[in-house]
Structures are given as structure tokens and as C-alpha cells.
Design a protein around this ligand. Structure first.
Ligand SMILES: Nc1nc2c(c(=O)[nH]1)N[C@H]1C(S)=C(S)[C@@H](COP(=O)(O)OP(=O)(O)OC[C@H]3O[C@@H](n4cnc5c(=O)[nH]c(N)nc54)[C@H](O)[C@@H]3O)O[C@H]1N2
Ligand SMILES: Nc1nc2c(c(=O)[nH]1)N[C@H]1C(S)=C(S)[C@@H](COP(=O)(O)OP(=O)(O)OC[C@H]3O[C@@H](n4cnc5c(=O)[nH]c(N)nc54)[C@H](O)[C@@H]3O)O[C@H]1N2
Ligand code: SF4
Ligand SMILES: [Mo]
Length: 762
């Protein structure tokens, strides 16, 4: 077993120029350095060689799709995928002795990085009311304690069940079934903080919340937009797909507040050309947009397309598509023509010529795809921005045909699958009806609590028990101080986790740590070895087989923990064969077949190479909206603006972290080393605000309430952010996000576009 470092890192900040390319040889060597440090050579080989292969382990990183089975490389993973898998496969262990040596309050002082570096959790632990230490507890007693707390509640709605998107389909299906038989729809998830705005907007306009494109579509598009997305770090194999598309003649337009390395150039480590040459230029055009300006950009673009049609009638818009598939065009067109250019140019900080050049690219293209991620969804106008993107695609019939469509690029490897399985506080009646028919109980129909509303309810004492299945809720959620307070007010918290994180140290009066198998590990149950299934960003459902010996003999799988919890809590209610589900995951999939449309004969079909692609109605020309057509929408907006002396802050990921978990203090592509407490500011803004490189500042956010939200002791780094816009890492900055600052209608926290001032500290 490797020993974890016992000290916090104490490196000094050093800054080098940002990189202009991503994912070549240095990327590969960095991944291997990380692997060898964390695990043994043999474990690294076992995991990496089967990663993303048929019959192997699905990468626990992002949700990007794998090429079809005949087209995979021997090394079908990226640098970051290798880091994520090895972070789980580490040979470091957190034992009962560790918790004897470290009190909960002491662990609460430790950094996210240090907590994660301690290694894998190995046995169930309990922190009893009044104690400051976790102590060992048997599985039987731990689950009995949690079941007892749940049964003692006055109402099932006094519990919430949080899911993070690494959870398998099988475990997610059991969790939502358990919660609903128990009597609540309180199923908040990480998706509430991730692509909720996409889901809302796509559902409203197209009748389905998922993206429409496949990897093949990307390969065969003429024009691909990458909006508010950093693929070089967060979806690295997307760059291989873009490289292929470019080889087929595609053009790429990147829209971002930062000139991210992966958007500029890509050196493909899987190709000799990538290793020795200059790589491929990814973005043919880069729009250095102002924070929150994307709605205005697409509106301006739509207006230009309408005007181009006026000038050359019958040549620009796809009238046939609009007539037969859409509704609301006239009203949309009237509205789009009224948007003032002055407002568009101020909101985007682009020139009219730049937007006109994009229009010309669009006019030359027959098949257009728009990809987007957190730069779009985590904004106040996230929902209308996605709706405007849909307007843009509808105008030229760029939906439901090969090489065109919507591509919300999902985060966690199974975040989309968890939703398919029913993890959502607002599942539609059609799903609940099928659940009712299949299991013969009446699921609750009232909507449950999402992430933000769960925090409010915990704070007000309306929720008393919190169960987190994967994830790190207190760090992922906004308004850290308020959220931590909310968590501490819970009588009882429990986390099913692979690794130690801050949510274990900021906990209820009584708290459980329920350690679980990771996706890399062999999962053996009464009927033998089990596999699980996951769904990627392109709606492909496929298998994942664990390969490694479990980190500890005392680990249970997520499925086993949830099945046993259900047995202990429900006392036979619903007559559901939980023991059978634990013994044979195929029995769960048989039931999923009957509940989830598109997954009929799940067991038989999912084991085929490549798995099952869930149908997207849009690709069959079906739009399940109330009027049965795709809806154009009119989207009004207010300019995001920061008062004089303030900046619009985005909170984002470094190259070396997985969401709330930093792996190191470095962000190689951005040239930042040795510290994460940095704020990237445009040099002109630094001059205007009188800030010097390396100056120490506190970040203070400005919001309608009187609460002081301060993130202390950051260093200013001069960086080519767009004017008036700053960037700093998450989760260190979550303390600045007001809980009430959410995207309209989706209730998604606005992790981008926060108004802040930088207060020099010395
Ligand atoms: N290595 C690694 N991979 C990951 C993750 C990870 O933490 N680490 N997390 C996973 C998860 S859960 C998710 S959701 C995805 C997230 O993937 P991304 O969405 O790429 O994640 P962020 O780091 O939030 O980066 C947001 C991007 O949007 C840009 N941006 C910010 N504001 C605006 C704006 O107003 N307009 C435009 N056009 N651009 C803007 C930022 O400059 C940045 O490039 O990644 C997944 N993959
Ligand atoms: N300020 C700000 N806040 C944000 C964001 C942002 O951009 N800015 N992004 C938001 C987004 S997009 C997301 S998705 C959320 C992420 O929020 P979460 O999904 O809640 O957080 P993660 O950091 O992915 O969770 C990591 C923890 O998951 C556990 N874990 C890992 N693998 C497994 C497993 O296989 N099983 C189990 N049971 N546990 C496991 C480990 O204990 C690990 O510590 O954060 C959101 N919060
Ligand atoms: S692109 Fe995403 S899914 Fe693919 S190997 Fe990298 S992290 Fe894993
Ligand atoms: Mo995410």
C-alpha cells in the first residue's frame, strides 16, 4: 500500500504563457506519471488497456462517446481519463485507524486535494451524535441506523436522496425505485447544477431533453460550433472526433471567453502526426465573447439569416422543414428583427463583421452541429440561450438529418443515464405510470426537491435526512457557507462514496460513510460476476465490467447497499424482490426493460458490441411537444453587466481536477502551476482596476441580499480573458455563488457570470 502525503502542498505559484495546443506527447507522459504515482504498474496496465473497449471498463471520466467497435484504438482513452481511472485505482487506503488519528473537525480543516489523496475508503464508519470522530460500524448496524432514521420521519419528504452522475444505471434505477416506494420524489442530482438548463430548453422546444447527434454526425458535419466548452481538458476525445470531422472538410467555430488550448490546436497522441508534428488546428474561427453574450450572438446570427433570406428569397431558410416540422416561426421572426445591433455588440463584445463572417460560414454549410456545455448552461440566461440555439438550427433544417443537430456535451460518465433511469425530482407522469404498472405501487406525483431547493429545505429544518449516492454535495453546491450550515442542521447524513471528501467532514449530527466499489473493480454477487451499464452523451447504452480486485473486502456495491437499505426500510412494502436484484443485476435490467422506453430486451441487446442507441424522436421527425412540432421561441434578455470596478467571474475546472476534487495544484494548459487560489484577469482590466501581477486579493461577490460572500487570499494572474470577465477555479470559489442566483426556470445555479470585486489585501 502506498503512503499518502501527510502534509498539505506548499508550492509557490508560478505562471508561464498559456499553451496553444492540447493533448500531444506531454499529455500522455503526464497521465502516466500520475498513474505510476498513485497505483502499481500492473493495476495501471489492467485498467488502461481495457478502458473504453468492448467488454472493458467504461471510463469513469466524462460522457463523451466511444467510436464504434471496429474503429477503436488500442489506447482508447485520454490523459484525463487515465487520471480519473487511476484516482479510483489508487493503492492508498483510508482505514479505521486513520479516523482514530484524525477528528472530524481536524479533517474539516484539510483541503479537498489532501482529503482525496488519502486514498480509498475501506469500511463503514459512523460519527455518532456528540462525537468528533468516525468509528467503525458493521454494515448491518449502519444500514439499520439509516433505515431507522428514515422510518422515524414524520413524512418521506423529510429525506433527500442526492445522486452524482458516476452512478450506474442499475444503482440509479434502484435508488429512484426505493425513494418512490418510500414515498418521495426528493431526488436532487448533479445534473441540476450541470445541464439542467439544456434539458429544460430542449424539452420545451423539441419535446425531448437529450442531444440529437451521434459521433458519426460529428464526423460528417460541415460546420461545428463549440460554445462555452473546454474540450481539451473536459472532453479530450472530442478533439479526436473534431480532427476526423476536419479531415472530412468540416469547419469549426469556437465561442469562448478564454482562448482555451484545446480549441486552438490538437496534437493527437494516437497518431504519429500528432506526436511529432504541429497537430491540427481545431477552431477555424474563434469568437472571444463576453461572459453571458451567447444568447445575443445567436440572436444576431438569426437576424442576419432572416435578412439574408429577404435579400435572396428561397435560398437561405429551409421553408419546407419550417412548414412541416415547426410552429411559431412568424412570431419568432418578428421578434428577431427587433433586436438592436447596438445591444448585440455590447452584450457579445464582438464586431458586426465577426458575426457576419459566421453567417457566411453558416450559409456555406448544409449540415451544422452546435455543441455546448457549462459556459452556456451555468448562466442566468442558460435556458433562453439554448432555446435560441434551437431557433438557429431550425431555421435551416439542421435537425433530424445526418451531420446536424444539438450536442449538449454531458459531464459525468452516466449523468444522462441516471436521468433515463428516473433520477429527477420532476419525472413525467408517463414514467411514473410505467413504474406503477411494473411494481404495483403508487409513486408520489408531486414534484420533489432539486439541489437548490434541497439546501433551502435542509436549512429550514424541513429536510432531516440526507443520503448522497456518490458526489460531494457540499462542495458542488453554491453558497458554501450556507450549504454547509444546511448540511450540519440535518439530524442524519449518509454518503455512499469511494473516496474521502468534504461532505464527510461537514455532516449531520449523526453521519455515516458507506464505502463502495468503484467502476474499475470486480463486482461479485450470489449469482457470480456482475457488470453494470451506462449511457453516454450520445444516448448509447453499453456495458462496463470491473477488472480490479476491490480496494477492501468490506466494500459493498452501490446496488447491494441500496437493495439492503430498501429491505431494512420498507419492511416488505411494495413486494419488490430486492434480494434478487442484489444477487443478479440482470434481474434489475429486466425490470428496466419494462419501464424505460427504448430499453426493451435490455439484457440481450446491451451485451452486443457497441450496446444500444436510444432513439431520439427528433431524428425520426417526431417532436413530442404539446403541439407535436418543434417550437420557435422569442427570447428576451437583459445584458449581464458588472458595475464600475467590478468583473463578471466564471468558476471553472483546471486541467488537473475532477469536479470538486483537485488532483494537483497545476493547470498546465493555462500555464498556472503550484496554486489554485488564482484569479485570471485581462491585462486591460488589471490596469483599469490598478491591479498588479501576483497581487493578493480577496474576491467578494455582489448580490441583492446583504450577505458578505468572500473568497480569501487569491493571486491575480494576467490572462487573456475577454474584457470585463475574470475566471477562478471551482470549488474554492463556490462560497461566492449566492444560492438564489439561478438560471430562470431551470433553477440551475449560475456558476458563471457572478459579479465580483477584487479587494487587495496588502
Ligand atoms: N478533466 C475533467 N473533465 C471533466 C470534468 C472535470 O472536472 N475535469 N467535469 C465533467 C463535468 S461534470 C462537466 S459538466 C464537464 C464541463 O465541461 P466544460 O463546460 O468545458 O467545463 P468548465 O470548466 O466549466 O468550462 C466552461 C467553459 O466555458 C467557457 N465560458 C465561460 N463563460 C462563458 C460564456 O459566457 N460564453 C462562452 N461562450 N463561454 C464561456 C469557459 O471559458 C470554459 O472554457 O466536464 C466534464 N469533464
Ligand atoms: N462553482 C461551480 N460549482 C459547480 C460547477 C461549476 O462549474 N462551478 N459545476 C457543477 C457540475 S457541472 C457538477 S456535475 C457538479 C459535480 O458535483 P458532484 O458530482 O457531486 O461531485 P464530484 O466532485 O464529481 O464527486 C466526487 C466524489 O464522488 C465520489 N465517487 C467517485 N466515484 C464514485 C463511485 O463510483 N461511486 C460512488 N458512490 N462514489 C463515487 C467520491 O467520493 C468523490 O469524492 O458540481 C457543480 N458545481
Ligand atoms: S474523453 Fe472523457 S470518456 Fe473519453 S477517455 Fe477522456 S475522460 Fe474518459
Ligand atoms: Mo457536470
Amino acid at each position: 500500500m502506498k503512503k499518502p502525503p501527510s502534509h498539505e502542498p506548499d508550492e509557490e505559484l508560478s505562471v508561464t504563457p498559456p499553451k496553444k495546443w492540447a493533448a500531444g506527447v506531454p499529455a500522455v507522459t503526464h497521465a502516466l506519471e500520475y498513474s505510476l504515482e498513485e497505483t502499481s504498474v500492473r493495476r495501471t496496465g489492467t485498467t488502461l488497456l481495457t478502458m473504453n473497449q468492448v467488454g472493458g471498463i467504461d471510463c469513469p471520466g466524462c460522457a463523451w462517446a466511444d467510436p464504434s467497435p471496429g474503429h477503436r484504438h488500442l489506447n482508447e482513452y485520454c490523459e484525463n481519463g487515465a487520471k480519473h481511472i487511476n484516482d479510483e485505482a489508487t493503492t492508498r487506503r483510508v482505514t479505521a485507524d486513520f479516523f482514530r488519528r484524525h477528528s472530524v473537525s481536524e479533517l474539516g480543516q484539510r483541503s479537498d486535494l489532501w482529503l482525496n489523496q488519502q486514498g480509498r475508503l475501506t469500511e463503514p464508519m459512523v460519527k455518532r451524535d456528540g462525537s468528533d470522530h468516525y468509528e467503525p460500524i458493521s454494515w448491518h448496524d449502519a444500514l439499520g441506523l439509516l433505515a431507522g432514521e428514515l422510518k422515524a420521519l414524520d413524512s418521506p419528504d423529510e429525506a433527500v436522496f442526492y445522486t452524482s452522475g458516476r452512478v450506474s444505471n442499475e444503482a440509479a434505477f434502484l435508488l429512484q425505485l426505493f425513494a418512490r416506494v418510500f414515498g418521495t420524489n426528493n431526488l436532487p442530482d448533479c445534473s441540476n447544477m450541470c445541464h439542467e438548463s439544456s434539458g429544460f430548453a430542449l424539452h420545451e422546444t423539441l419535446g425531448t431533453g437529450k442531444g440529437s447527434v451521434s459521433l458519426e454526425d460529428i464526423h460528417h458535419a460541415d460546420l461545428i460550433f463549440l460554445v462555452g466548452q473546454n474540450p481539451g481538458t473536459n472532453h479530450p476525445r472530442q478533439l479526436s472526433a473534431l480532427e476526423e470531422a476536419k479531415g472530412n472538410g468540416a469547419r469549426v467555430i469556437a465561442v469562448n471567453t478564454l482562448p482555451e488550448a484545446g480549441l486552438l490546436r490538437f496534437k493527437n497522441p494516437q497518431k504519429a502526426r500528432g506526436v511529432v508534428g504541429n497537430g491540427v488546428q481545431i477552431a477555424d474561427r474563434f469568437l472571444h465573447i463576453r461572459s453571458g453574450g451567447d444568447l445575443a450572438l445567436f440572436q444576431g446570427l438569426n437576424r442576419l439569416l432572416l435578412e439574408a433570406e429577404d435579400a435572396r428569397p428561397g435560398t437561405v431558410l429551409d421553408h419546407e422543414f419550417i412548414m412541416s416540422n415547426t410552429s411559431g416561426f412568424e412570431e419568432f421572426a418578428r421578434h428577431a428583427r427587433t433586436v438592436a445591433w447596438e445591444d448585440i455588440l455590447t452584450a457579445t463584445d464582438l464586431t458586426r463583421e465577426e458575426i457576419e463572417a459566421v453567417r457566411d460560414e453558416v450559409l456555406r454549410s448544409k449540415r451544422v452541429i452546435v455543441c455546448w456545455a457549462m459556459g452556456v448552461t451555468q448562466q442566468k440566461h442558460g435556458v433562453p440561450t439554448v432555446r435560441e440555439i434551437v431557433n438557429f438550427l431550425l431555421l435551416r433544417g439542421n435537425l433530424g438529418k445526418a451531420g446536424a443537430g444539438t450536442c449538449p456535451v454531458r459531464g459525468h460518465s452516466n449523468v444522462q443515464g441516471d436521468r433515463t433511469m428516473g433520477i429527477w425530482e420532476q419525472m413525467p407522469d408517463s414514467f411514473l405510470d410505467r413504474l406503477e404498472r411494473e411494481f404495483g405501487f403508487q409513486p408520489p406525483r408531486a414534484h420533489g426537491l432539486d439541489s437548490v431547493n434541497s439546501i433551502k429545505a435542509m436549512h429550514e429544518g424541513r429536510v432531516k435526512v440526507f443520503l448522497g449516492v456518490a458526489g460531494n454535495f457540499v462542495r458542488a453546491a453554491p453558497d458554501s457557507a450556507f450549504t454547509e450550515d444546511a448540511m450540519r442542521r440535518c439530524g442524519f447524513t449518509a454518503h455512499i462514496s469511494t473516496k474521502l471528501n468534504r461532505s464527510h467532514t461537514v455532516c449531520g449530527r449523526t453521519a455515516l460513510i458507506l464505502p463502495t466499489l468503484g467502476r474499475t473493480e470486480l463486482d461479485t454477487q450470489a449469482t457470480g460476476e456482475q457488470f453494470v451499464t451506462v449511457e453516454n452523451s450520445m444516448s448509447e447504452v453499453h456495458t462496463s465490467y470491473g477488472r480490479l480486485k476491490p480496494a477492501s473486502k468490506l466494500l459493498l456495491s452501490e446496488v447491494a447497499i441500496l437493495a439492503r437499505l430498501a429491505v431494512r426500510t420498507l419492511d416488505g412494502r411494495g413486494g419488490i424482490p430486492w434480494e434478487q436484484f442484489e444477487a443478479d443485476y440482470g434481474a434489475i435490467r429486466d425490470r428496466i426493460s419494462n419501464v424505460v422506453p427504448g430499453l426493451h430486451q435490455f439484457n440481450r441487446r446491451v451485451v452486443r458490441p457497441g450496446g444500444i442507441r436510444l432513439p431520439n424522436p427528433v431524428n425520426e421527425g417526431i417532436y413530442p411537444t404539446p403541439v407535436g412540432k418543434a417550437l420557435f421561441s422569442c427570447n428576451a434578455w437583459e445584458m449581464s453587466s458588472a458595475p464600475e470596478g467590478h468583473l463578471l467571474l466564471q468558476t471553472l475546472r483546471s486541467h488537473d481536477q475532477w469536479n470538486t476534487i483537485p488532483y494537483t495544484e497545476n493547470d498546465r494548459y493555462r500555464g498556472i502551476h503550484g496554486s489554485r487560489r488564482v484569479v485570471m484577469v485581462n491585462p486591460d482590466d488589471m490596469d483599469r482596476l490598478g491591479l498588479a501581477e501576483g497581487q493578493r486579493v480577496d474576491l467578494v461577490s455582489v448580490w441583492a441580499d446583504d450577505v458578505l460572500r468572500r473568497a480569501e487570499d487569491f493571486k491575480v494572474v494576467s490572462y487573456p480573458t475577454s474584457a470585463g470577465c475574470a475566471a477562478a477555479y471551482y470549488p474554492e470559489t463556490n462560497v461566492l455563488l449566492p444560492l438564489d442566483s439561478v438560471a430562470a426556470t431551470s433553477n440551475q445555479p449560475t456558476a458563471k457570470g457572478i459579479v465580483v470585486r477584487l479587494e487587495p489585501t496588502v
